[in-house]
Design a protein around this ligand. Structure first.
Ligand code: NAD
Length: 351
């Protein structure tokens, strides 16, 4: 056995009610001037955070949007500078976390993240920014949050539809972590355990959205998925999701949810061990079918057409996805990518 495990993990405070420890966590970092970053949809939670932090709040930027358009990042950096902030508090899903990372890139400010979806971004050093219609991503340890407060009570009102797609987004991190070239036993354990936790909890949430035990288990899965994503490289699946989101404006988590069974199908014969772990964790006979069936059970969108992709754009998407090389178990060819996109566009049933 031979491996490299790079980087560090954020401090993680996990459990129902932990949001109440926000001020203590900020004080522990020695921060005095906080910029709160969020979205208008989470205003009530932002106010609660401001109430907990009192005069530590130096400003609020609540205009975060998905995929971090360059102009939004520029405004957020100005907000941090104007507030003379010494710390960023990100509250919400991957969108405010992404914008917070763009501030950290420019200013080196530490991030405290309070995630309210299952996207996993809060654990990672992965940043993304959309410039001229193309999403660029990279890894920088300075953007990785310092502290993550996972309070499942904050997700009780997360709509079932958002819970389902962001949960599958987290499962996608786990699936690709299992066949990553730099996977190590710890990341593979996290990935399998994350798939199992999410595979069990997402159907329970679809049935009873305010089930705190299921919400806690889903958040546990999201933490594991984000931790695995933080440590290893992603492949074709994430590349396609970024291309479709960044260049065709498709909704991020929904795109992951539609694509995942078909990217797993494409990689199945080249990553047999990883795929048998996915199938085992989901209690299915094959990974692509188990992923497809999970999506049907929790009501994720069935096809790329359903989430706004135009058939005429599939060829251009395939071109963009093969522009630069990246690691993937099955060779990434333009024809192969196009076949994945066509099957996902049609929402081909898998069994
Ligand atoms: P999001 O942050 O856009 O949130 C999705 C929707 O859920 C929004 O409408 C939001 O208002 C709503 N919402 C969030 N929390 C809620 C709550 N508690 N109750 C009710 N509604 C709530 O979406 P996301 O899927 O979390 O994140 C997507 C973004 O994150 C993308 O830009 C993606 O590229 C990025 N991402 C980055 C990484 C990384 O490691 N860098 C990993 C995963 C995702």
């Amino acid at each position: 056995m031979r491996f490299t495990l790079d980087g560090t993990q954020p401090r993680v405070v996990f459990g129902a009610g932990t949001f109440a420890s926000l001020a203590a966590e900020i004080d522990r970092l020695g921060a005095r001037r906080i910029l709160i970053v969020g979205t208008p949809g989470r205003s009530e939670l932002l106010h609660r955070a401001a109430g907990l932090l009192g005069d530590r709040v130096a400003g609020t930027f609540n205009e975060a949007v998905v995929h971090v358009p360059e102009a939004v990042a520029a405004h957020a950096i100005i907000a941090a500078t104007t507030a003379a902030a010494d710390c960023i508090l990100s509250i919400g899903g991957g969108s405010p976390i992404g914008v917070s990372k763009s501030i950290a890139m420019a200013t080196l400010l530490p991030i405290v993240a309070v995630p309210t979806t299952y996207s996993g971004s809060e654990m990672t050093p992965v940043w993304g920014i959309t410039r001229d219609g193309v999403k660029h991503t990279g890894r920088e340890s300075r953007v990785q949050p310092r502290v993550v407060i996972y309070d499942p009570e904050l997700t009780l009102a997360l709509p079932v539809s958002v819970s389902a797609v962001s949960g599958i987004n987290a499962i996608a991190h786990c699936v690709e972590a299992l066949y990553a070239p730099d996977a190590i036993p710890l990341t593979s354990w996290m990935a399998e355990e994350g798939i199992r936790a999410l595979g069990e909890s997402l159907p329970a949430i679809a049935e009873t959205p305010a089930d705190i035990a299921a919400r806690t288990r889903a958040m546990y899965g999201a933490w594991l998925a984000g931790s695995a994503l933080a440590a290893v490289q992603m492949g074709l699946h994430h590349k396609l999701a970024h291309v479709l989101g960044g260049s065709f404006d498709l909704p991020h988590a929904e795109t992951h949810a539609v694509l995942l069974p078909y990217t797993a199908e494409y990689n199945e014969s080249a990553a047999r061990d990883a795929m048998s772990i996915v199938a085992r964790a989901l209690g299915g006979a094959s990974a692509p079918a188990a992923l497809y069936n999970l999506g049907r059970r929790i009501g994720t969108p069935g096809s790329l057409g359903d989430i706004g992709m135009k058939e005429a754009d599939l060829d251009r998407a395939a071109d963009l996805a093969v522009e630069k090389p990246y690691a993937n178990p099955a060779p990434v060819t333009r024809d192969g990518v196009l076949s994945v996109l066509r099957r996902a566009f049609a929402g081909q049933a898998l069994d």
